[in-house]
Design a protein around this ligand. Structure first.
Ligand code: ATR
Length: 285
């Protein structure tokens, strides 16, 4: 059995993020900066955990003094299943990204959806109410944000995915809302207000099958990926004349802030951290 926290002594305020791959994760930096901002000493580490191994990692983490854990790809559904209690947000997404260990129970929550909504609304002044939204992708990333987007009362949400059965499964899952499916590569008769790229295409710098009928002047484009420098999808959207083009950095920080709040009861300042990471990114580009 792998020992995930072998060399660790017990920490008094110990947190971690688990997933695979994990080396690139910015969560330790973000949570450490949040802690510094509110004078809270904490230890936050990243640990590589593969599918099927989360239960063992959690037990070892708890023994090492762990209080809260973030989980990322590919463990979000496993985390949801392992938990003893799930928040409404986690139940609606069918996945968890934040675990709290309380009174011997594992409590699962999902802060991804409120992370993207906070980033759109608070950091970028984008209204969602009454808007037409197109989501590209129907994997875990799409599933995690849809419940929070629905709560904002948009005019419509369409989901387009290469494998149509996955988009149809999302419609089935979100049965209290009339989510619509658009065939991958098929043109819409109107240009949506907001296009969210929830596919993993930007991680390999590939583009989704859309063009100027979907994105153009007036469009808000949100790439949930966060890479050093703009993604190809962001560059492509710029060439089509999109009005606002955003990457996933704001969402990353906002979902972390929500997790921080769950664990510590304090909502940290996010704008200074987004700015710090943005500057760090541009100096590395
Ligand atoms: P995540 O949890 O990040 O959403 P995922 O569940 O593996 O990861 O989903 C990846 C998403 O990117 C899916 O919507 C996937 O489409 P499929 O369901 O058809 O696989 C999409 N995606 C990945 N590679 C793609 C490609 N080459 N073309 C189109 N869509 C792609």
């Amino acid at each position: 059995m792998k020992n995930y926290f072998e060399k660790k002594t017990r920490f008094s305020n110990f947190f971690c993020v688990a997933g695979t791959p994990i080396a690139h994760s910015k969560s330790p930096v973000i949570h450490t900066l949040f802690g510094e901002g509110v004078n809270l000493e904490l230890t936050y580490e990243k640990v590589e955990v593969s599918s099927g191994c989360l239960g063992v990692a959690i037990e070892q983490f708890k023994k090492a003094g762990g209080i809260g854990m973030n989980v990322t790809v590919p463990l979000k559904e496993e985390a949801f299943d392992i938990a003893d209690d799930q928040s409404d947000r986690a139940i609606k997404a069918g996945a968890a990204n934040t675990l709290c260990f309380k009174d011997g129970r594992i409590v699962a929550d999902n802060t991804d959806g409120s992370g993207i909504v906070r980033d759109l609304k608070l950091n970028n002044s984008i209204t969602l109410e009454g808007k037409t939204i197109l989501i590209l992708g129907a994997g875990g990333a799409a599933k995690g944000i849809i419940p929070a987007l629905i709560k904002e009362n948009p005019f419509s949400i369409k989901v387009s995915n290469r494998t149509i059965s996955r988009a149809e499964a999302l419609v089935e899952f979100t049965k209290d809302y009339p989510l619509e499916v658009l065939e991958w590569g098929k043109k819409l008769s109107y240009r949506p207000d907001i296009v969210i790229n929830a596919t993993s295409l930007s991680l390999s710098n590939d583009l989704p099958a859309i063009g100027s009928q979907t994105i153009g002047p007036g469009s808000v484009v949100y790439d949930m990926a966060y890479t050093v420098g703009p993604t190809n999808f962001m560059r492509f959207s710029e060439s089509l004349g999109a009005t606002q083009i955003l990457d996933g950095l704001g969402m990353l920080v906002e979902q972390a802030a929500e997790a921080f709040f769950l664990w510590h009861g304090i909502f940290p300042d996010t704008s200074s951290i987004i700015e710090y990471l943005r500057n760090e990114n541009s100096s590395n580009a």
